[in-house]
Design a protein around this ligand. Structure first.
Ligand code: SF4
Length: 705
C-alpha cells in the first residue's frame, strides 16, 4: 500500500538469538513491509521464513489477540488503578512476609532496559534475588559452563568464525530450523570454500541435509564423545603445549576424568551407540583441522548434565589452543532474542547485575552505585525452585512478564496448580488469552515488537537497537515504564526516574564499568554518557566496549581469561547416568522447535503462511517403534508420562532415532488442549550447576488412541 512518503526504520527481529537486523518500511497509511538489513553484521540482508513474515503478524487490536487495557479480576481498569494495586499488593506482602515472599519471572523476550529495571527493583529495592527468567530453560547451562571454563559468561568469537572455520561441529543444535540465517551463512561458506560440517544429534534434523557427517549418538552421551575426543587429541600429540602450559590450568584432573569416562574409541562407540569407524573418523578430522568451531545449543543445555557437557567441549578447545583466533572456538547459540541481554543486567537469580555475583565486594559496589537500601546479598530461587516455592506458599506474590510458564515450564500442570493458589499473580503480556494470563489476578498490557524501543544482545555479543515504528496498541505500555511506575508507587521514586529507554541504557552502561578496573568481561562503559540522539542512531556493536577503547568482536586474543590468574580452566567431567529410569517399552521423548513457529505461537500463529509448514503437532516415531505399537502414519497416539498425558498425530520417519520420539513445543491450550509438551515433562531432573531442567529425555509410553 502507498498513500504518501514511506519511512524506513532499522530494528531487530524479535525471534531467535541470531538477532537479525530488519528494515521496516511504513507507508503513510500504516502499511508495513520488512526486509533484511544489509548493514547488520548478523544477517547482512538475509531473513528466514519467520523474519520475512513479521509484517503479517502485525494484526491490530483484538483480532491480533492483544491485551489492550489493564485488568483486575477480568475487569478493565485504568492504568493508575492497576499500578496502584500491583504496588500495594507487593508492598503489603513484603511487609507481612519479608522480601523473599515475592518474585518476578521474566523473559528473554524483554528488552535489556526492561530487564534492567525489573532486576534493579527486585534485587536493589525489594531486597530479594527472586527474579529468574525463561532463559533458565534455554541458556543457563552454557552460562555456568562458560563461567567455570572462561571465568565469565562470554562467548569467545563472532558469527564470522562460521565462515572462516574449516570444520563446524553442531552439537545438539538444529541450526537449520532454530538459527536459520546462521545456517544460511554456514552453507554459503561451504559452497564457497568447502567448510566441513558435522552434526552431532540423536535426530536426523534438517541441519543434517547440509552436513557432511551425522553422528546419531545416543541421547545424553555428548560428554562421552567429547571426553573421548580430549583423550584422543592428547594421546595423538595434538596438544598445544605452550597454550596449555602458559594459559590454562587443571588439565591433569580433566584428563583423568575423561580417561575414566571414555578411555578409547571402542568405549566411546559403545556408550554413544556409534560405530568405531564413525568415532575414529570424527576424531581424526578434529585432530587434523586447526580451524574448528564447535557450536552447541539446546541439545546440550537442556540436560541434567548440560553444564558438564559445555565444559567437556571447552576442554577440547583449551587442549588444542583453538580459541581467541579467527575460525575457531566454542560457540553457544542462544535461543531467544535477548537471552544474552538479560544475563548482562542480572536477569538470572544467581547473578546480581552487570555479570556480577554475590561476593560482599560486588554487593557493596552495586549498593553504592544504586544508592539502594537493601541489595540482595545471596542468590534467589531459580525457575523450577521458584514455582515450587509458589506451590508451597512461601512465595505469595509473583509478577510474570512476557512469558507463558503455564505451558513452557516442565511439569506445567504443577505450575498451573501453583499459580491457581498463589495470593497475587500479575501478568504483563502483549497477548490477552495466554495460558498463564488465565490464572492472573492483574493483567497489564505490554507493548509489542514494532511498538517498543530499546536494545537486545544476540548470540555473538552484538548489541542492537530494537526501534518503535508503530503506535502502542490500545493502552499498551513498555515493560520498563510499567516497572518504573510500580517502583515509584512502592516508594522508590528517587531511584526510578527514567523517562525513556535511553535513560535506562545509560545507567546500565555506567554500572557495567563502575569500579571494575577494566577487568570484567561485560563492560560497555564507552556508552555511559550516551545522549538521546546518539542512542537513537546507535549502530550494532559487540561488547565489551570499554571507555576509551573499541568494541571487541573477539575475546581472548591475548590468551588471557576472566579467571583470577588469567588462565582458562579445564573442568573434569564424568558422564552421569540417565536421570530417569526407562521402563520396558518406554521411549525417550524429546521436544524442540519447528522451523516456522516461535514459542507458544502468539505471534507466528497470526501468519497463515507460517502455519502451512506444520498445521498441527505431530509425534515423530521411528518406523520400528511405530510398528511395535500398532501405529501408522496419520494415526492418533496417546503419550503417557509420570507428569501427564497428551494426544498427537503420528509421523513415521526414519529420521527419528530408534527408541526415541519427538514432539514440537509450540502448541498450547489456546490451540489444542490435547498436546502441551510442558505437561509431559517432569521437573525432577535439573542440572546441579545451572538449575536448567532436563527437557529432552523424558520416558514416555506410547499407545494407539
Ligand atoms: Fe529472526 Fe532468527 Fe530468522 Fe534472523 S534467523 S530472521 S533473528 S528468526
Amino acid at each position: 500500500a502507498s498513500g504518501g512518503p514511506a519511512r524506513e526504520v532499522r530494528t531487530t527481529c524479535p525471534y531467535c538469538g541470531v538477532g537479525c537486523g530488519v528494515v521496516a518500511t511504513v507507508t503513510a497509511d500504516g502499511g508495513v513491509s520488512v526486509r533484511g538489513d544489509a548493514e547488520h553484521p548478523a544477517n547482512r540482508g538475509r531473513l528466514c521464513s519467520k523474519g520475512s513474515a513479521l509484517a503479517d503478524t502485525l494484526v491490530p487490536g483484538e483480532a491480533g489477540g492483544r491485551l489492550l487495557h489493564p485488568e483486575i479480576g477480568g475487569r478493565r481498569v485504568s492504568w493508575d488503578t492497576a499500578l496502584a494495586e500491583v504496588a500495594t499488593r507487593f508492598s503489603d506482602t513484603i511487609a507481612k512476609h519479608g522480601p523473599d515472599s515475592v518474585a518476578f519471572y521474566v523473559s528473554g523476550q524483554l528488552l535489556t532496559e526492561d530487564y534492567y529495571v525489573a532486576n534493579k527493583l527486585m534485587k536493589g529495592f525489594i531486597g530479594a534475588a527472586n527474579i529468574d527468567t525463561n532463559s533458565r530453560l534455554c541458556m543457563a547451562s552454557s552460562v555456568a559452563g562458560h563461567k567455570r571454563g572462561l571465568g565469565a559468561d562470554a562467548v569467545p568469537g563472532t558469527y564470522a568464525d562460521f565462515e572462516t572455520a574449516k570444520l563446524v561441529v553442531l552439537v545438539g543444535s538444529n541450526l537449520a530450523w532454530c538459527h536459520p540465517v546462521l545456517n544460511q551463512r554456514l552453507l554459503a561458506a561451504k559452497a564457497e570454500h568447502g567448510t566441513r560440517i558435522v552434526v552431532v544429534d540423536p535426530r536426523r534434523t534438517a541441519s543434517v541435509d547440509g552436513a557432511d557427517t551425522h553422528l546419531a549418538l545416543q541421547a545424553g552421551t555428548d560428554s562421552v564423545l567429547f571426553n573421548g575426543l580430549l583423550v584422543h587429541l592428547h594421546a595423538q600429540g595434538h596438544m598445544d603445549a605452550a597454550f596449555v602450559a602458559d594459559h590454562a590450568a587443571g588439565l591433569d584432573e580433566a584428563l583423568a576424568a575423561a580417561r575414566a569416562d571414555a578411555p578409547d574409541i571402542a568405549t566411546v562407540a559403545r556408550r554413544c551407540k556409534l560405530s568405531e569407524a564413525e568415532v575414529a573418523a570424527f576424531y581424526a578430522e578434529v585432530a587434523t583441522t586447526e580451524r574448528v568451531v564447535t557450536v552447541y545449543s539446546q541439545g546440550v543445555n537442556q540436560s541434567s548434565q548440560g553444564t558438564d557437557t559445555v565444559n567437556a567441549i571447552l576442554n577440547t578447545h583449551f587442549l588444542t589452543g583453538r580459541i581467541g583466533r579467527p575460525g575457531m572456538g566454542p560457540f553457544s547459540v542462544t535461543g531467544q532474542p535477548n537471552a544474552m541481554g538479560g544475563r548482562e543486567v542480572g536477569g538470572l537469580a544467581n547473578q546480581l547485575a552487570a555479570h556480577m555475583g554475590f561476593t560482599s565486594d560486588e554487593v557493596d559496589r552495586v549498593r553504592r552505585f544504586w544508592n539502594a537500601p537493601r541489595v540482595a546479598d545471596k542468590p534467589g530461587l531459580k525457575a523450577v525452585d521458584l514455582f515450587r516455592a509458589i506451590e508451597a506458599g512461601t512465595v505469595k506474590a509473583v509478577w510474570i512478564m512476557a512469558t507463558n510458564p503455564a505451558v513452557s515450564m516442565p511439569d506445567a500442570g504443577r505450575v498451573r496448580r501453583a499459580l491457581a493458589r498463589c495470593e497475587t499473580v500479575v501478568v504483563s503480556d502483549c497477548i490477552h488469552d495466554t495460558d498463564t494470563g488465565r490464572l492472573a489476578h492483574i493483567r497489564l498490557p505490554a507493548a509489542g515488537w514494532s511498538e517498543k524501543d530499546g536494545t537486545v544482545t544476540n548470540s555473538d555479543r552484538t548489541v542492537s537497537r530494537q526501534r518503535a515504528f508503530r503506535a502502542f496498541e490500545g493502552e499498551a505500555r513498555p515493560d520498563w515504564w510499567i516497572l518504573t511506575q510500580v517502583a515509584r508507587r512502592m516508594g522508590f521514586g528517587d531511584a526510578f526516574g527514567y523517562e525513556s529507554p535511553a535513560d535506562v541504557f545509560r545507567e546500565h552502561a555506567a554500572l557495567s564499568a563502575f569500579e571494575n578496573g577494566g577487568t570484567r568481561a561485560f563492560d560497555i562503559g564507552a556508552l555511559a554518557g550516551i545522549g538521546h540522539a546518539e542512542f537513537e542512531t546507535l549502530a550494532p556493536f559487540p561488547w565489551p566496549w570499554r571507555a576509551g577503547g573499541q568494541p571487541e568482536a573477539r575475546l581472548f586474543t591475548e590468551k588471557r581469561f576472566f579467571t583470577g590468574d588469567g588462565r582458562a580452566r579445564f573442568v573434569p567431567v564424568t558422564t552421569t547416568p540417565m536421570p530417569r529410569a526407562l521402563a520396558d517399552g518406554a521411549l525417550l521423548l524429546n521436544s524442540g522447535r519447528l522451523r516456522d513457529q516461535w514459542h507458544t505461537m502468539t505471534r507466528t500463529g497470526l501468519a497463515p503462511r507460517l502455519s502451512a509448514h506444520a498445521p498441527e503437532p505431530c509425534l515423530d516415531l521411528h518406523p520400528a517403534d511405530a510398528a511395535a505399537r500398532g501405529l501408522s502414519e496419520g494415526g492418533l497416539a496417546r503419550i503417557v508420562t509420570v507428569a501427564g498425558e497428551a494426544l498427537a498425530r503420528v509421523h513415521v520417519t526414519d529420521a527419528q532415532g530408534l527408541g526415541t520420539a519427538f514432539l514440537p513445543m509450540h502448541w498450547t491450550d489456546r490451540f489444542t488442549e490435547a498436546c502441551v509438551i510442558g505437561r509431559l515433562v517432569d521437573d525432577e531432573a535439573v542440572d546441579p550447576h545451572s538449575g536448567q531442567p532436563d527437557l529432552k529425555r523424558m520416558p514416555a509410553t506410547i499407545h494407539p488412541y
